[in-house]
Ligand binder design. Sequence first.
Ligand code: EPZ
Length: 420
Amino acid sequence: MSYYEIQGGRPLFGRLSIHGAKNSVLPILAACLLAPGQSVLHNCPDLSDVAATLDILRLLGCRVEREGGAVTVDASALGRADIPEHLMREMRSSVIFLGALLARLGEAELSYPGGCELGPRPIDLHLAALRALGAEILEEQGALRCRRRNGAPWGREICLAIPSVGATENAMLAACGCPGLTTILGAAREPEIVDLQNFLRAMGAKVTGAGGSAISITGGAPLHPAEYRVMGDRIAAATYLCSAAVTEGEIEVDGIEPDTLTAVLACLEEAGCTLHTDPGRIVLACSAPLRGVRQVRTAPYPGFPTDAQAILMAALAGGEGATLFVENMFDSRYRHVDELRRMGADIQVAGRAAMVSGAGRLHGAAVRATDLRGGAALVVAGLGAEGTTQVSGLGHIRRGYERFPQNLRALGAEIREIPA
Ligand code: EPZ
């Protein structure tokens, strides 16, 4: 099993362009199914989750090509509406194909996406939204068989009990195939939802309101393929900024809009970093050990993003001062804590709360990634630690970070991948 070997304590300096957003490109790739013809996506990150999604598109009958940072998807020959279990297991967020397949073909079949390292990942809100849009969904032996009810009045008001990102996206995609006006109330407000709206508009869809909690879609009209540039990945940006902060360096990240991660930037500033932002770029400098941040409570956007919780915790665990984290979005998102403790972190967990007492610099250790962002957090901790850290479980990290060790080395980190 290959692993990263990190010699900690090298301050990071330099400039980095952030890759396209994983959590934006995945629903946008599903949206390519809505119209026959060839769509072109620029700034499409080279990640294992993206590769898995491209495999599903090919299996459904699409022609998919990647040339550098651009991916073309031709959905003219879309020929099937079922996603086999082995592909569903590979990536639970494939549930996003439900809405797009229903809109284009009027049917969809996939196995129940399993839970993941973050705990149970229910899809009840997805199914309720699609049923509200007139879909008939049979759940039997772990499979979901969906079809548009004949003559069902498509288009109506959907109320999401939780501002679920995935359920909002699935409802938007399904509603594009529903004649009439659909309104999604209680919608997620993440920037990735706005990116999806912008892509759908480029396809000719009538979608308004994304970024707010009420999104309206007037569906039914035929759509056409589009060419689009995917937004920068705000969680990847937060990861590199925390890496510079924990090593007391200074970096510039571009290809990212500062207003997509204001909650993270506010915490880094409170921890003692100096930040400068312009449209499309963020500069962070840190010249002393990070201070504690009174409290970090994860919440739906624009609150503090749950995906940055482990990453910021890893940076603060090696600082000086206490921070109370409260993880409100997922039931099991502290699995990185035990690994950080092996590096000397002082973290007390009680339910959703985790009290991090920055005990000064951590020390290197052999640690294992348990999920995508938890794995990235261990790399951040290793960059700031004294001595050598080995991070295994790289498959988790490859899901969401493009050229991670290469980018860090280019900024001055001493990190290399040791093959199995
Ligand atoms: C998206 O997951 C992201 N994934 C996650 O990023 C991110 O952590 C999450 O949104 C929250 O921001 C992608 O976009 C591919 P949710 P999603 O539905 O859509 C509950 C990463 O690291 N819920 O907003 O699955 C759910 O259990 C990943 O890049 C229901 O109860 O998240 C959770 O507690 C990890 N029923 C809460 O809502 C449902 O039907 C928020 O989940 C759906 C969700």
